[in-house]
Design a protein around this ligand. Structure first.
Ligand code: AMP
Ligand code: GLY
Length: 649
């Protein structure tokens, strides 16, 4: 598939200046050697220059440098600043690899880039520490872990700040410590260091350009998270909304009546901009084959190909996939173009099984709205007929009737790279429009994560993930992206209600609050089919999201009202992610972000208010204070986000 070599490999053609790194080592220098060998590979020829610096005349690292033909400098610590100052501009990165001195701030600042306000926005010093920080800081970290009988330990790569072993963490990798001798533990830690440090350095030297497709609150949240990555060069946005377009550079996306041609144009533009990775938010582009088109252009993609997007796009495709592979899902019947007798006969089938009428689902995608939960069999008959007559256009000309399930509903979002499946903690979505889970089905009116689950449920969820992984492997589902399992935890086990092949909205807004691992790093590993190489770390916070929508949603939301008091979010420590908004030039009204334009309502779901905290409930209080303060005509929102609903049989 990959037509294009990676940017690193491509460098000679585009005449990028070689990158230069200075490695600091005081003694043995085994990390120095691993890094040097990595960049002496052919792929990096003329692209990376390495030099060694040591404060110890007798460091064995010097012998290694001689052997590897790498320039080295012996610089006594007192002379370090004077040595570095005139050369500082030459280096792209300073790598500490067993350097036994604490660097003063004036040296750390030599590598830094500051913004207009004096805030440090780029730090060029990195270090590797042989423990999972904040555990076992300082010297002899492996021995410390060993003596403490730690279950596991590992390595941390982090930026260097004035305070020892406290800078922003870039990545961590763990290894089991229990049962190992000290020598065995040292060996396994060094093995991890030598593998991961060069890779992280490569990612920091050759940063990535990312194109994010989509203009909802989910994409706003994704954009914000991607901007935190030290591996990001430029963020490009296709179809952003006016509430977050300032976060990146907008790429023109001319929409015509021919989606394939549009995506082709976009992919060619992306190639010209040296975009390395496309991340797709919404489902429609996936159904229309955007992934396949970008991959053919040699651009990596996070998002299912057309074939596998059908797990979301066609309920019957999903049902067949599940039944074939022993994944539990509600018993179902498919109806197309049929007589009233046939509808009755099918409903009788469900009546014979239980007294609960089946759920009616349009086969095709209907923006999360093509599902009806009838209370009586008469209602079921009436609605099925309406669906088949085209209530949701082509999408409902084929209908799936399925047994109604009862239990706790959770959204399980997973990364899939064709080989490895890794999941977020389960999230709760509030799909119905009104409090107490009443009213119409919507895209989602709020969310929280993680959902508290019992030990048995946890075990069952793990079994479900194994079953899903086995099924995907068996079916050779060779795509890289997201699988969102809409699950019902019933007394008979985990049942799948639906698959989505993308991040959920508003689940993403809360799940990203819990994720401590760099999102771009996860994406890159997924795209390279190397998800097995990283660990996802989640913090212990509780995150909530409340959606402000506009009256008339989901059918015909009111548009045009000016949104006011957005600064309330800052006061209460909440984040705002914009969805259906549009900026309108109108200096007469209240403005946002010192802009001369005002944001106005331009869609059903207007914005998400998000906060996370260790205490949980305090976050929810702040969100509701913000929700009350923000004003626009026709504002509606649910007041019961965070409340647990478990449907009982
Ligand atoms: P879907 O779009 O398939 O997720 O359906 C929308 C919502 O309808 C789900 O989130 C559930 O709350 C509900 N639902 C769908 N299928 C079932 C089912 N078989 N039993 C009970 N509720 C269901
Ligand atoms: N929150 C449900 C969805 O994203 O489809």
């Amino acid at each position: 598939m990959q037509k294009q070599p990676s940017k690193a490999q491509n460098a000679t053609h585009t005449k990028i200046l070689p990158k230069k790194i200075l490695i600091f080592a005081s003694e043995n220098g085994s990390n120095f050697e691993a890094i040097a060998k990595h960049f002496q590979q052919k792929a990096f020829k003329d692209k990376v220059n390495i030099e060694l610096l040591t404060d110890n005349k007798n460091a064995y690292a010097i012998q290694r440098a001689k052997r590897l033909n790498i320039p080295y400098f012996y610089v006594p610590f007192e002379n370090l600043y004077d040595f570095l100052k005139p050369r500082a501009r030459q280096y792209d990165l300073y790598v500490l690899a067993g350097y036994m001195r604490i660097l003063p701030e004036k040296i750390l600042n030599l590598g830094a880039v500051f913004d207009k306000t004096g805030k440090k926005i780029q730090n060029k010093f990195i270090n590797i520490h042989p423990s999972l920080l904040p555990d076992f800081k300082g010297k002899n970290a492996i021995q410390q872990a060993f003596k403490a009988n730690a279950e596991k330990t590992g390595i941390t790569i982090h930026f260097v700040e004035k305070k020892v072993d406290s800078g922003k963490i870039i990545t961590q990798k763990s290894t089991a410590a229990a049962g190992k001798t000290l020598a065995e533990l040292e060996k396994s830690i060094h093995e991890i260091e030598h593998r991961i440090y060069p890779e992280i350095i490569e990612n920091l030297l050759f940063k990535k350009n990312v194109l994010l497709f989509g203009g909802g609150a989910r994409e706003h949240a994704l954009a914000q998270k991607l901007l935190k990555s030290p591996f990001l060069d430029t963020l490009y946005l296709a179809n952003p909304n006016d509430g977050f377009k300032r976060l990146g550079k907008t790429v023109k996306f001319p929409r015509t009546s021919n989606p394939a041609a549009d995506y082709d144009t976009l992919a060619k533009n992306a190639r010209a901009l040296n975009i390395d990775l496309l991340v797709i938010g919404p489902e429609n582009p996936l159904f229309e084959g955007i992934s396949d088109i970008f991959q053919n252009e040699g651009i990596k993609v996070i998002g299912a190909n057309k074939k596998w997007a059908a797990l979301e796009g066609s309920k019957s495709f999903a049902k067949i996939f599940m039944t074939k592979n022993g994944i539990k899902t509600a018993d179902y019947k498919i109806l197309t173009d049929c007589t009233p007798e046939k509808i009755k006969e099918t409903l009788d089938y469900f009546k014979a099984k239980s007294q609960t009428p089946p759920v009616i689902k349009a086969d095709g995608a209907a923006l999360g709205k093509g599902v009806y939960l009838p209370e009586t069999f008469e209602e079921a008959e009436f609605e099925t007929d309406k669906f088949l007559k085209g209530e949701f256009g082509e999408a409902s000309k084929k209908v799936v009737l399925e047994e109604r399930l009862f239990g706790k509903e959770v959204s399980l979002l997973s990364f899939w790279d064709g080989k490895t499946l890794v999941s977020f903690p389960p999230a709760q979505d509030y799909k119905r429009l009104l409090d107490n889970n009443k009213g119409k089905n919507t895209g989602g009116m709020g969310s929280f994560a993680p959902v508290k689950i019992s030990v048995t449920e946890q075990k069952r969820l793990e079994e479900y993930q194994n079953a899903l992984k086995t099924a995907l492997l068996k079916e050779n589902a060779d795509f890289k992206g997201i699988i969102y399992s809409g699950l019902m935890l019933t007394k008979n086990g985990v049942y799948v209600l639906e698959y989505n092949m993308r991040f959920g909205d508003p689940e993403t807004q809360v799940l990203l609050e819990l994720l401590d691992t760099d999102l771009l790093y996860i994406f890159l590993k997924t795209a390279d089919k190397k998800l097995n190489e990283i660990e996802l770390k989640f913090n212990k916070k509780k995150a909530y999201c409340v959606v402000l929508a506009s009256e008339g949603y989901p059918d015909s939301p009111k548009k045009g009202a000016v949104i006011k008091n957005l600064e309330a979010a800052e006061k209460y420590g909440c984040k705002i992610y914009f969805a259906g908004v549009k900026s309108v030039k109108n200096p007469a009204v209240q403005t946002y972000s010192n802009d001369t334009a005002a944001l106005t309502v331009n869609g059903g779901r207007v914005l998400s208010i998000v906060k996370s905290a260790y205490g949980g409930k305090s976050a929810l209080d702040s969100i509701y204070k913000t929700a009350a303060k923000i004003e626009f005509e026709g504002k509606i929102y649910r007041k019961d986000i965070g409340k647990i609903y478990g449907k009982k049989p």
